[in-house]
Design a binder for this molecule. Structure first.
Ligand SMILES: Cc1cc2nc3c(=O)[nH]c(=O)nc-3n(C[C@H](O)[C@H](O)[C@H](O)COP(=O)(O)OP(=O)(O)OC[C@H]3O[C@@H](n4cnc5c(N)ncnc54)[C@H](O)[C@@H]3O)c2cc1C
Length: 388
């Protein structure tokens, strides 16, 4: 049955006709193209790369960027696309987030004209795939400590170091790589096949199984100065990209929460226990459903206000931290509660809940952990940084 949406508070009335049309397009794509394959992809640990051209045709890649073949969607429209994709699987939303917010955004914002002309149309069309290399084995929450270096040598740069937990790494044509140079932290576009650059995929994941996650290694990897992002200097370059991606996550996880809620609600009215009564007739079950729909509604309103502020260029990174932290936390709790309400059935992949639950554990960790976003909010309201 087609997904009808979850809307307790007439939140749909806050969207424009165009926004609802975009959501409908994404919803149909998610239901008709991703849903039929996603369980097997997750089982097999396979990213459905064959869907990339279709997502490109629908304008999902770099959706909220202007020019260069990008769809130029509003940030609310973009958020609704993320929501519908993640309603089916966080791994697919992760692919789109990385391509748009972590690869196309930095090229769009910090790249040279030649870099933009070369890469943005190809990335928007899905003819090229990108990844974003910031995290290192020893530096996750604290990327400021990164050890990867870029040494200037004439008119080229020599990169050395390792990045890990990189979404799309092994399938990328281009990697946005952040490295420490004498001038500070700089960004480079490293093409697949460049001598000294190699990737290896990470296996054994219980989470994000329909997404490729890799390590990147740089051993005297030489790139021309034209591969440096000229507008990026210092950690604020990668952090600004993360803000873009976190914004999309704040919307995306609402989709996962909605799917878990709807699975639990519909199950609870048909599953009977004790005197042939549906489990929905028990007060403890209703309390859980009431909690879920309340938190989903609050998450929807938070995302909506974030989107409206972003469309007016007024959204601050510390607000994005609240959006990401809150919405991921409630989505994860919805998944856990929904799993519980399905009893034993909840642990099987006949239902999407356990897959969402496993995926959301990654979403809680990446793009700034729950703790780190708490510290960002804490710093914002007290003026005191507590990271160390
Ligand atoms: C599936 C997946 C995909 C990813 N994709 C990418 C990608 O595409 N590109 C990329 O660059 N990275 C990516 N990452 C990496 C991700 O961003 C990091 O895992 C994340 O930043 C956390 O780093 P860490 O895993 O090293 O954990 P750590 O930083 O070691 O943290 C471990 C724990 O310690 C806590 N902690 C650390 N410091 C503090 C503190 N000061 N105060 C309180 N608590 C603290 C954390 O909150 C966490 O609970 C991905 C990760 C996953 C799981």
């Amino acid at each position: 049955m087609a997904f009808r949406g979850v809307d307790y508070f007439a939140v749909d009335s806050l969207f424009s006709h165009e926004e609802l049309m975009v959501r409908q397009t994404a919803r149909r794509f998610a239901d008709e193209r991703i849903l039929p394959v996603i369980r097997d992809c997750f089982r097999d640990g396979r990213f459905p790369k064959e869907l990339v051209p279709e997502m490109a045709d629908l304008g999902f890649l770099g959706a909220n960027l202007e020019g260069y073949g990008c769809a130029g969607m509003s940030n609310v429209e973009y958020g609704l696309v993320m929501q519908e994709l993640e309603r089916v699987d966080s791994g697919i939303r992760s692919f789109v987030s990385v391509q748009g917010a972590l690869v196309m955004y930095p090229i769009h914002t910090y790249g040279s004209d030649a870099q933009k002309e070369k890469w943005l149309p190809a990335l928007a069309a899905g003819k090229a795939i990108g990844c974003f290399g910031l995290t290192e084995p020893g530096y996750g929450s604290n990327p400021a400590g990164m050890l990867t270096t870029a040494r200037r040598d004439g008119d080229s740069w020599v990169l050395n170091g390792e990045k890990t937990w990189i979404t799309n790494g092994g399938i990328s044509d281009i990697a946005v790589v952040w490295a420490r140079a004498e001038e500070g932290i700089l960004g480079f576009l490293v093409e697949a096949g460049t001598p000294g650059y190699s990737t290896s995929d990470i296996h054994g994941k219980w989470s994000m199984r329909a997404s490729v996650t890799s390590s990147l290694a740089f051993a005297d990897c030489r790139v021309p100065d034209s591969a440096r992002l000229p507008g990026a200097r210092g950690l604020k370059g990668p952090l600004s990209c993360l803000t873009q991606a976190r914004y999309g996550i704040g919307w995306g996880v609402i989709g996962a929460a909605m799917d878990c809620y709807e699975a639990a609600r519909s199950y609870s009215v048909v599953r009977k226990q004790f005197d042939d009564r549906p489990i929905a007739s028990h007060q403890l079950v209703q309390e859980k459903l009431a909690w879920m729909i309340t938190e989903i509604t609050k998450a929807q309103l938070l995302a909506m206000q974030a989107g409206r502020l972003k469309d007016r260029h007024k959204l601050e990174p510390a607000q994005v931290s609240m959006l990401k932290r809150n919405n991921v936390a409630i989505a994860l709790d919805c998944a856990r509660i929904a799993r519980d309400l399905l009893g034993a059935n909840g642990i099987t992949d006949e239902y999407p809940i356990m897959r969402h639950l496993c995926n959301l554990e990654s979403v809680k960790t990446y793009e700034g952990t729950d703790h780190i976003h708490a510290l960002v909010i804490g710093e914002k309201v007290t003026g005191v940084a507590a990271y160390k």
